[in-house]
Design a binder for this molecule. Structure first.
Ligand code: GLA
Length: 687
């Protein structure tokens, strides 16, 4: 098998199951587990994620027997395994033999053993041992027919995403040396003449620990890049071992949705299947909206390939301040939302609810009350229902809109306090822009700022603070080729070393937009500026900009009132058939909806006249069939106009043109593939 051969999860159905921790239970329970798993339709479990100390009881002394038996019991029950390499947490004996492998925080304090993930990502000891453990697991179980997928480590960066210990410091210096070649290069990149930061020896450079005042922003940005890379290196150690010993098996590591600390574009390049852990808060009635963005990212990380929701809660979690359970039906609609967005299954943390330890109040598929628990009743019903959706496995989401996600810009705008305003949030901007498109009826893919943009009618760029020439060229080529681009505030500001582009923003995006930003104009706390668009006024409570429009740019909207009264707020530049818009303000959702409505119309895409944030429709398709998931995330019935003659896979029957979805209701409409994906709207009869 060459590296180009796709390695697919060894499963011929949508995946359904959860994390399984049999080493927390006596053996007789395992048989009961498999009986109930079969009853619920479970076909895949993840294990043994945290069991290294039970598998290697002291250095070089292995106890495989219990895991051998677990695997046999599962396999005899027809249940496959997402086999963890068990390297999510080190055994106590390893930590005590090598206390230098414990991580340090930014204040230089060592973090103790007693939780999980007690390691420095750069520790050579840890790196050697994870490679050894992955090899031992692969050699022991890699040929077992039950193994469907490798699950490497667990949620990299969950507890320890950055480490400030001496080993990390040495690793950071090596990383900087590889990036900049020599100290002159580093001093130039970091702009050290400001505040007297010049370095004359590599040993003078430290990770950005807590300092006397604001730290050099480029040092902070490089430390974020380095921290992500350090965990990527750690991941790749195991990937390489598994590829060597079991080249035919796919590998994954479970992501944490839109997670700041790791550049998932780069991680995904090294895995076969993208998997995600998603915990939308049931206390938030709009949690499904950022969830849709997260899932858009997951399917986009490998170019639209199906991914897998590897963890979610059956009901409550146990790590928020207040852990609200999921009301009846919520877990079902959440699971079907992930599948709508391209997940080939719905998995949980965890199968059986723990009786002890940190997660004993975290819900599970099988709650403390066992078979009669509501979570078992509801998850088992979902398991049966998924069998009706077998046809959607392997199909891809049809999205015409893409949103740029750029980790450099996220890090650079959040690592430093030296900005025009601390109120401008990359994450909030990204979520709000997505929310506007979501409200207007579009599932949104994500994309790097360098593309690929083919196949999209609209590309939105909420906040590309760090911009290089390649990104600008790609966006420009897309617009020149007929695409519609919308660029948000504080974009094109700095280069990759965080130097302001000559002439200021939008730097290399100037040719695309034909504007200049004279000065960012953040809005004082408690104040609100406004823009006037299409006869309406929209609040800009955080950020505005003094914009000079060039000859090629037309002004679409201006500021209304305040110092910037009458000055451009939104501009548009035509590039033949394509256009590039610039929005020089942070708007609230209603304003963003108005802007996106204009942009969608310009791009030739439909938009819902009436919006309801609880309505979501996403189409997955193969060459012949559109499967349109229509989801009601809210507490009120929705009446919708849908294409006539479709079959609802969940309800057995042809659907009328007017579909009534009860609260938390879902329909999956199968219809012959149309040239454009079906566009679902609220019917006029909906109040
Ligand atoms: C994460 C971890 C799991 C578990 C869950 C609880 O997703 O991967 O081990 O702790 O959180 O929500």
């Amino acid at each position: 098998m060459t590296d180009a051969t796709p390695r697919r999860i060894r499963l011929d159905a949508l995946a359904f199951g959860g994390d399984y921790n049999p080493d927390q239970w006596p053996e007789e329970v395992w048989h009961e587990d498999v009986r109930l798993m079969r009853e619920a339709g479970v076909n895949l479990v993840s294990l043994p994620v945290f069991s290294w100390p039970q598998l290697e009881t002291s250095p070089g002394v292995y106890d495989w027997e219990w895991l051998d038996r677990v695997i046999e019991v599962l396999w005899a029950g027809g249940i496959r395994i997402d086999l963890a390499t068990a390297t999510a947490t080190p055994p106590a004996w390893l930590v005590r033999a090598h206390p230098e492998m414990l991580p340090w925080d930014a204040d230089g304090r060592r973090l103790e053993f007693g939780s999980r993930q007690a390691y420095c990502p750069s520790s050579p000891v840890w790196r050697e041992h994870v490679g050894r453990m992955a090899r031992a697991m692969a050699e022991r179980y890699g040929q077992h027919p039950a193994v469907a997928l490798w699950h490497i480590s667990n949620e990299y960066g969950d507890h320890v995403a950055r480490c400030w210990c001496p080993e990390s410091a040495a690793h950071f210096r090596r990383w900087l040396e590889a990036r900049y070649g020599d100290l002159d290069g580093l001093n130039e990149a970091w702009g050290v003449n400001v505040w007297g930061q010049r370095y004359t020896a590599w040993t003078q450079i430290e990770p950005p620990r807590r300092a006397t005042g604001p730290v050099n922003p480029t040092q902070l940005l490089d430390f974020e890049r380095f921290g992500s890379d350090a965990l990527l290196e750690l991941f790749r150690i195991e990937v390489d071992v598994l590829r060597e010993v079991t080249p035919e098996l796919p590998v994954t590591t479970n992501f944490m949705s839109l997670f700041r600390e790791l550049d998932y574009w780069r991680f995904a390049e090294h895995e076969d299947l993208v998997t995600d852990d998603a915990y939308p808060d049931p206390a938030d009635p709009h949690a499904h909206v950022p969830a849709a963005l997260n899932y858009g990212l997951m399917r986009s990380l490998k170019g639209g390939q199906p991914w897998l929701l590897l963890e979610q809660a059956a009901s409550a979690v146990s790590w928020r301040d207040v852990n609200v359970p999921k009301a009846p039906g919520r877990m079902r609609v959440d699971s079907l939302q992930a599948i709508a967005h391209g997940s080939d299954g719905a998995m949980f943390f965890q199968w059986r609810q723990a009786r002890y330890g940190q997660e004993k109040f975290h819900s599970a598929m099988l709650g403390h009350r066992g078979e009669s628990s509501r979570s078992f009743q509801e998850t088992a019903a979902l398991g049966r229902e998924l069998q009706r959706l077998a046809a959607v496995r392997g199909t891809r989401v049809r999205s015409r809109v893409a949103l740029v996600v750029d980790w450099d810009s996220w890090w650079a705008t959040s690592a430093t306090e030296s900005l025009p305003s601390q109120r401008l949030s990359w994450l909030q901007q990204t979520r709000d822009w997505h929310a506007a498109l979501h409200a207007l009826g579009h599932p949104v893919d994500t994309v790097r700022a360098t593309g690929p943009f083919e196949g999209y009618d609209l590309v939105v760029v909420p906040n590309l603070y760090v911009t290089d020439a390649a990104q600008a060229a790609a966006l420009e080529a897309y617009a020149v080729g007929g695409g519609t681009v919308v660029v948000g505030p504080f974009s094109g500001v700095v280069d990759t070393t965080e130097k302001v582009h000559p002439g200021g923003a939008p730097g290399p995006l100037r040719a695309l937009l034909d504007i200049e930003v004279d000065e960012p104009w953040p809005v004082a706390d408690g104040s609100v500026e406004r823009i006037a668009l299409d006869g309406a006024r929209y609040d800009a409570p955080v950020w505005t900009e003094w914009i000079e429009a060039g000859h090629e740019a037309s002004v679409v909207a201006g500021f209304a009132g305040g110092v910037l009264d009458g000055r451009p707020a939104i501009t548009r530049r035509s590039h033949g058939a394509g256009t590039a818009w610039y929005l020089g303000a942070v708007l609230e959702i209603d304003g963003l909806v108005a802007v996106m409505r204009r942009a969608l119309a310009h791009a030739g895409l439909p938009a819902r006249d009436r919006t309801d944030p609880h309505l979501e429709a996403v189409t997955r398709a193969d060459d012949r069939t559109d499967y349109t998931f229509v989801l009601n995330h809210g507490p009120r019935e929705l009446t919708l106009d849908v294409p006539e003659g479709a079959t609802d896979l969940l309800a057995d029957g042809v659907v009328a043109a007017r579909l009534v979805l009860p609260p938390l209701g879902v329909a999956v409409l199968a219809s012959p593939r149309a040239s454009k994906p079906p566009f679902i709207t609220l019917s006029d009869t909906t109040e």
